[in-house]
Ligand binder design. Sequence first.
Ligand SMILES: Cc1cc2nc3c(=O)[nH]c(=O)nc-3n(C[C@H](O)[C@H](O)[C@H](O)COP(=O)(O)OP(=O)(O)OC[C@H]3O[C@@H](n4cnc5c(N)ncnc54)[C@H](O)[C@@H]3O)c2cc1C
Length: 349
Amino acid sequence: MKHVILGAGPAGVIAAETLRKNAPGDEIVVIGDEPEAPYSRMAIPYLLIGNVGEEGTRLRHGADHFAKLGIVVRHGRAKSVDTVKRQVLLEDGSSVVFDRLLIATGSSPATPPIPGIEGPGVHPCWTLADAREIMALAKPGARVLQMGAGFIGCIIMEALAARGVKLSVVEMGDRMVPRMMGPTAGGMIKDWCEAKGVSVYTGARVEAVERPETPAAAEPGLLGKIAQVLGFGADPAPAVPAAPMTVRLSTGQRLEADLVISATGVKPNIGFLQDSGITCLVGVLTDEHLQTNMPGIYAAGDCADRLVRLPCLWLESHSGRRLLCPAAKFGEFPPTVVPRLARLVTQSI
Ligand SMILES: Cc1cc2nc3c(=O)[nH]c(=O)nc-3n(C[C@H](O)[C@H](O)[C@H](O)COP(=O)(O)OP(=O)(O)OC[C@H]3O[C@@H](n4cnc5c(N)ncnc54)[C@H](O)[C@@H]3O)c2cc1C
């Protein structure tokens, strides 16, 4: 039996190790698209604070950990899944056949459509690569503006505050952590942040990120050109840009920032499943056993939605739990209608 697991995050790694325990003779291949050894995003705040180095973010230590377990971890990005030929096509043109497939591709930051957000100086804080960019800019005294004060946003914010930056947080909800906290708890978090010197703007949206006009680079003289040709003419880019960005808020306020962190939510990585026949709602839809509508194909972690048949129809996903309809009504629908029903209900929430 050959098990293929897409995604080398916590869901994929724990699934691979659990499979190995239960099926000592099976072939197990984990395919992840990040260049690093499997790591935990949850450790990124500790990296930002300086409590751990990159090594400390690794999910497993020891270069031969997976080899010793007979688990192949390979680099690659899934482009599509062929459920008939039972194979995954990778972006490098190769394909990997499977008997059983686990989709554990996690989620990625959802970038809101704000003018200027795609330019330099604006970063999500989701991957190790993001963390490296942020650490280069978030030096003591740098003006850092974070968009979003949800659960993960607050964890990032605490780590940034510990770096000694001048931190502002902009949250469009009327309180901090608005999807998890009521007004009292949200207000307490805001008071705590302000007491730590963080400027908090709730009920405010970022409308634009504006950058100063960059003056045309002065033409180097003859000696300058020679120095450039020899490779020692250019100064390295400063960690904190001399000219800050201006962030325009819906309240009319304008804030200066050397670094903008975008922490405005995530969306499941399921684009490659389009046309696969695997049913997706917000994420990949699974039953109580994490199996999709395709036998032998499963999904877990951030990319999965799970329908649970409690006394009601309940959808569990990384983005929250949603009550879909009472069991009495749910029972009236044949199984093939349930995903469509669930899609309709989630669209209307
Ligand atoms: C800064 C930060 C702090 C956090 N703190 C907490 C916390 O305190 N508590 C908590 O519960 N959660 C926290 N989280 C969220 C937590 O990290 C995620 O819920 C968790 O990583 C989900 O694990 P996963 O394995 O499902 O997905 P991921 O960890 O996202 O791993 C999925 C992997 O699949 C890869 N992949 C994606 N598409 C493809 C493809 N097509 N082909 C191959 N590979 C692909 C991805 O690049 C990634 O490497 C935090 C997140 C961040 C960023």
